[in-house]
Design a protein around this ligand. Structure first.
Ligand code: ASP
Length: 329
C-alpha cells in the first residue's frame, strides 16, 4: 500500500516536471501557427505587393505561413489602429509606409500613437514615386502638362490612396508646386485608384513604381516624371519631375514593420531576423529591384533603424503638412 502510494507520488512528480518543462518550451517556441501581416491598403497595390514578396520568403524561414491581411481605409490609419489594439501575442504585425509619419500631423484624433503604440521590427524597402496620367490625357510631358493643368484646373481629378497616404502627400506637393487647387479623389489604396485611372475616370495619380511600372511599360498610362533626384535605371528615358520644372520635387516611399506594444521578445526577435534574412535573399532582392525598389541595408532593417527613420520622417513631414493646409483636402 505504502509502496504504491509512493510510486503514484513519484509518477505525479515526474508528470509535473514534464508539464512545466513543456510549458517553458512552449513559451520559447514561436511561431506555432500562422502569423498575420496586416497591410493597411487594398490588395494588389504597392504596399500589398511588398508585403506579399516578404511574406513568401519569411514563411519559408519561419516554417509557418505569414498571411497578408488587408485592412483598408482612411489613408492606412484604420489598419494601423487595428494592429495597435491587436492581441500582443506575437501573431499580428503591420507593414506600413510614410503614412505612419504623416498621419500624426494630418489627423486630429488617431486610434494609435506612432511613437508609443508599437514595437518596431525594421525598415524594408525604399521605392520612388512616379506621376502618371490616363492614357488619353493630351499633354505628353511635364512642361505641357503644367500648362494644360492651368488651363483645365476646374475639370482635373487627382486620385490618391486616402489622407496621409504617400500618393496624397505627392498630390499635395504637386498642387503646391503648381499653385493649383486641383480636385482630389481618395481611394482605399492604389489598386482601385489605378483601375479608375486606366478606366479614364480620374486624370492623374502619383504613386510608387511598385504599381506604376508595368502600366507605364504597357502604355496603359502616360508617364510624366519620377519624383526622385535622379532618373531611375528602370525608366532611363523618363525625366524626373525636377527636370520637368518642379523644383526639388522628391518623394520616396519607405516601408516598415511594426507589432503591437508589449509583443513578446521571442516574436519580435524572430520576426526581425526573418525580415533581415528575407532582405538578403537574392530572389527577394531581384523582385524588389524589378519593381523599382531598393531593399534597405541590414542596419536599417532593425528596431533602431526603423525608429530613427520614423522620427526623421515625422520631423520632415509635420512642418510641410502644417504649412500646406491650403493644398491638403
Ligand atoms: N501607394 C499607396 C499610397 O499612396 C498605398 C497602397 O500601397 O495601396 O500610399
Amino acid at each position: 500500500m505504502t509502496r504504491s502510494v509512493l510510486r503514484l507520488a513519484g509518477f505525479t512528480v515526474s508528470m509535473l516536471i514534464l508539464a512545466s518543462a513543456s510549458t517553458a518550451w512552449a513559451a520559447q517556441a514561436w511561431p506555432t501557427r500562422p502569423v498575420a501581416l496586416v497591410v493597411p491598403f487594398s490588395a494588389g497595390g504597392p504596399t500589398d505587393t511588398v508585403a506579399r514578396v516578404l511574406a513568401n520568403a519569411m514563411s519559408k524561414s519561419l516554417g509557418k505561413s505569414v498571411v497578408v491581411e488587408n485592412r483598408t481605409g482612411a489613408g492606412g490609419t484604420i489598419g494601423a489602429g487595428y494592429v495597435a489594439r491587436a492581441r500582443k501575442d506575437g501573431y499580428t504585425f503591420l507593414l506600413h509606409h510614410n503614412g505612419m509619419a504623416t498621419s500624426r500631423a494630418l489627423y486630429r484624433e488617431l486610434p494609435f500613437d506612432a511613437l508609443n503604440s508599437f514595437e518596431y521590427i525594421g525598415e524594408v524597402v525604399d521605392v520612388p514615386m512616379t506621376l502618371v496620367g490616363r492614357a488619353d490625357l493630351p499633354p505628353d510631358d511635364m512642361k505641357s502638362l503644367t500648362a494644360w493643368l492651368r488651363a483645365n484646373r476646374d475639370k482635373v481629378n487627382l486620385a490618391h490612396a486616402g489622407p496621409g497616404a504617400a500618393s496624397h502627400m505627392c498630390a499635395m506637393l504637386l498642387r503646391r508646386a503648381l499653385g493649383l487647387q486641383l480636385t482630389t479623389v481618395p481611394f482605399q489604396g492604389t489598386a482601385p485608384a489605378m483601375t479608375a485611372l486606366v478606366g479614364g475616370h480620374v486624370d492623374l495619380l502619383c504613386d510608387q513604381t511598385t504599381q506604376t511600372l508595368s502600366y507605364i511599360r504597357a502604355k496603359k498610362v502616360k508617364m510624366y516624371g519620377t519624383a526622385a533626384r535622379r532618373r531611375i535605371g528602370l525608366l532611363p528615358d523618363s525625366p524626373t519631375l525636377i527636370e520637368g520644372g518642379l523644383k526639388d520635387f522628391e518623394v520616396t516611399v519607405w516601408h516598415g514593420i511594426y507589432a503591437p506594444k508589449g509583443t513578446p521578445r521571442i516574436a519580435l526577435d524572430g520576426f526581425g531576423s526573418a525580415l533581415r534574412q528575407a532582405l538578403r535573399d537574392p530572389e527577394v532582392i531581384r523582385r524588389f529591384r524589378e519593381l523599382g525598389g531598393e531593399p534597405v541595408a541590414d542596419q536599417q532593417a532593425t528596431p533602431a533603424g526603423l525608429r530613427d527613420r520614423l522620427r526623421a520622417e515625422i520631423g520632415k513631414w509635420t512642418p510641410i503638412i502644417r504649412s500646406e493646409t491650403g493644398y491638403l483636402d
